[in-house]
Design a protein. Structure first.
Length: 156
């Protein structure tokens, strides 16, 4: 029987530019063994005994050099099946707003990044779950509506 695991996090990073959110997408390195060259949101592993929200903030900083100005939990859990390990992975999703003038410093895991408006960003993401997460962030969090206030993590 397949096991159920939660060892990864995904984070939609955005900034507000010209009163609209732009989303940070990362292109994986061609040298990477797992999915070389694909476009994705920030994705990373949860370390042993680490809280998922701490993992999310750490991964944003490790992969992009960016620090969160605001931080939310997203009302969506992505999932995927790992056939090699017969495991279903449940992946909590977070959103991070960064200052609009922040400079991205990519880790060696990625070769390129782009700040894109929603319509362009959703077209280049590889995984359907990440497109769904982006849609939820765009609709409920990045616009600052009532839902954003309910889901914001104030102390991080």
């Amino acid at each position: 029987m397949a096991s159920v695991l939660s060892r990864f996090v995904e984070i939609c990073v955005f900034r507000i530019s010209k009163d609209e959110p732009q989303y940070l997408l990362l292109q994986r390195s061609d040298r990477d063994d797992l999915y070389p060259g694909i476009w994705q949101i920030v994705t990373g592993s949860v370390e042993e005994k680490e809280h998922a929200r701490k993992s999310a903030l750490r991964e944003v900083e490790e992969e992009t050099g960016l620090k969160a100005a605001r931080f939310w939990t997203v009302p969506f859990v992505d999932s995927f099946f790992d056939a090699d390990n017969d495991a279903v992975h449940m992946v909590p999703v977070f959103a991070v707003e960064v200052n609009k003038d922040s400079d991205v410093k990519l880790s060696c895991e990625h070769k390129h990044c782009e700040w894109l408006f929603y319509e362009d960003a959703k077209k280049i993401l590889t995984w359907p779950g990440q497109r769904k997460a982006l849609k939820i962030v765009h609709k409920y969090l990045s616009g600052g509506n009532e839902t954003a206030g309910l889901l914001e993590i104030k102390q991080f």
